[in-house]
Design a protein around this ligand. Structure first.
Ligand code: ARG
Length: 574
């Protein structure tokens, strides 16, 4: 059991012994340090239940807590302040030096499918896809840490208008390909296109379709043909998707994202027929389309029906999400589905979830959760765009940050090591900034601020790690233990770590990483204070030096594991 919870449970039992029943005790950090390390505020609540003055209750409670704690005192109307004895802190710190699992409060394990990719095939990833990747990967790791079985699902956007665009362009550039010969019966050959070709062709096709209605008609026709399963076009499109996949994988790789299910809208098509069978009693025709009514009696805002089959008979984004759910339920039978997707899709997911429960595609005891995120904005407060006003591609953002980081990395570092360091710092900059705000909050991307080596940034956190690692290399670190608490710098770090279990709990329950990024900043600051105030390498007192070494390991254990949740790689120098 995590330390904090252990103390809280102890207090709950002790006060029960003197006749006070309470659901749970919450030990808060005391805001006035002089009064104590922690504070309890249940006396006020108990006073209402037991009709006694809160100060009298606090006095009674103080008497039982005096046995274990130091400086138990009562403040204001009945706040109880207390501190842990150094012996208890030492015992605790020694127990936690290398053990991160002790900070976790496990529950009954669940199976969770996390859908957090969403990159679109044959199109560049944009900055929104980075948010999904960063938040989703971290939530997946956090949920695993809590003992769950977690399956990452990339859910590629590999069906849609871009197929019609690209194929229409190929038709124009290479009309003799057998894919375009309606009478062709043989095997389809491998096409010879590169990712660069796809980029170039998409741009041309897009521009042409915008101007020319017949071209747009062709694009729509081809897209529809693929939806209907046209063999030639589907074969061609699958090849195009495969050509674009390595680029997508490369970006996810850079972002340290790994998916257990590398599937997408295209592969979900094989489950559409079966899914429609499940939905059939609930589908009705509306303006030529097949829809499901998803309203509820107590709706304050009207919510439109979910379109499942379009007027032209084709499937739609929702059909593919429903089919994917159908397949995951049958194949994996998860307890929860988490969708880490842009908040602007929240209404859409509400429709999909309601339709899923209503039609019993999903049992009522399965949780479908939409974990929406806010947008990355430019300094104008609008979604981040390039100078020319186009959506910011993720690769451009990565290059911008890389350029900024390159200016800052030490010159002495040899070129062969430099590249990795720059890459890790770049991703650390992006991820830390991206996970710093509450998940749903929009934030402004400030390149200079986020890539600074000072302040609340990824590089600042990594710099703390660099210091720890370089010290540990110089010291004899075998079997080091906390022997004493020589000063407040040491005590403050140990105390701060006690609340880590709460930080992790909050992050996990609210599915947002900001508590963890905040905590990393707190512990790094405390560590830097300790580092500046104490001469760790030349400490004469052996017991104290051993304590310092133990503390280095203790802080490293925390930072290393927290960074690992965020999928940020460490560096050894910078
Ligand atoms: N491909 C979509 C997009 O770029 C995101 C997919 C999100 N996941 C889902 N299951 N619909 O907007």
């Amino acid at each position: 059991m995590a330390k904090l919870k252990g103390i809280e449970d102890f207090i709950q039992k002790e006060i029960a012994k003197i006749g006070y029943e309470i659901d749970s005790v919450s030990l808060e950090e005391c805001s006035i340090k002089e009064l104590g390390q922690f504070q309890l505020n249940f006396a006020m609540k108990l006073s209402k239940i037991y009709h006694k003055s809160p100060r009298d209750i606090a006095e009674e409670v103080k008497r039982v807590l005096d046995v274990r704690f130091k400086n138990v005192n009562i403040a204001g109307p009945g706040f109880i302040n207390l501190s842990l004895k150094d012996e208890e802190l030492l015992e605790y710190a020694n127990e936690y030096i290398n053990d991160f699992e002790k900070y976790i409060e496990y529950e009954k394990p669940k199976t969770i499918v996390v859908d957090y990719g969403g990159a679109n095939a044959a199109k560049a990833l944009h900055v929104g896809h980075m948010r999904s990747a960063n938040i989703g990967e971290a939530l997946k790791r956090l949920a695993k840490l809590f003992g769950n079985k977690v399956i990452g699902d990339v859910h590629l956007g590999d069906l849609g208008r871009q197929s019609g665009m690209l194929i229409s362009q190929l038709m124009e550039e290479q009309p003799d390909l057998v894919f375009f010969d309606k009478n062709y019966k043989g095997e389809y050959p491998k096409i010879n296109l590169t990712i660069e070709d796809l980029g170039r062709m998409y741009k041309i096709a897009n521009a042409k379709a915008k101007e020319d209605e017949t071209r747009m008609e062709l694009v729509r026709d081809i897209t529809l043909e693929i939806d209907k399963g046209n063999v030639a076009y589907t074969n061609l499109w699958k090849q195009i998707v495969e050509i674009s996949e390595p680029t997508i994988k490369k970006v996810y790789n850079e972002l340290n994202c790994t998916f257990d299910l590398w599937e997408g809208e295209l592969s979900s098509m094989q489950y559409v027929d079966e899914t429609l069978k499940v939905l059939k009693d609930y589908l009705y025709e509306s303006e030529g389309a097949l829809v499901i009514d998803v309203t509820k009696d107590d709706d304050k805002l009207s919510i439109p029906p979910l379109i499942v089959i379009k007027t032209n008979g084709a499937t739609i984004y929702a059909t593919r999400d429903l089919a994917t759910i159908y397949n995951r339920v049958n194949k994996i039978n998860p307890d929860e589905f988490w969708y880490v997707v842009d908040d602007r899709q929240s209404m859409y997911f509400e429709q999909v979830f309601r339709a899923s429960y209503k039609t019993s595609l999903v049992r009522n005891d399965v949780a479908l959760k939409f974990l929406g995120f806010g947008t990355i904005n430019g300094t104008d407060g609008k979604p981040f765009k390039t100078r020319s006003g186009e959506v910011m591609e993720l690769s451009s953002l990565i290059s911008m940050v890389k350029e900024e980081i390159t200016k800052k990395v030490k010159d002495e570092i040899s070129d062969d090591r430099k590249e990795d360091i720059i890459n890790n710092l770049t991703i650390a900059t992006l991820k830390y900034a991206d996970l710093l705000s509450y998940r749903k909050t929009d934030y402004v991307f400030d390149l200079v601020k986020f890539s600074s080596f000072e302040g609340k940034t990824g590089p600042y956190i990594l710099y703390g790690i660099v210091r720890i690692k370089s010290l540990l290399k110089k010291l004899d670190i075998e079997n080091s233990r906390f022997n004493n608490i020589p000063n407040d710098d040491v005590r403050d770090i140990i105390l701060s770590s006690i609340k880590l279990s709460k930080v992790l709990n909050l992050s996990y329950r609210e599915a947002t990483l900001n508590y963890i990024t905040d905590y990393l900043f707190e512990i790094t600051n405390l560590f830097n204070k300790f580092y500046n105030n104490n001469n760790i390498l030349n400490e004469k007192d052996k017991d104290t030096q051993e304590t310092y070494i133990a503390l280095l390991k203790f802080v490293y254990n925390i930072c290393h594991n927290l960074l690992n949740i965020l999928a940020i790689n460490e560096v050894d120098e910078m």
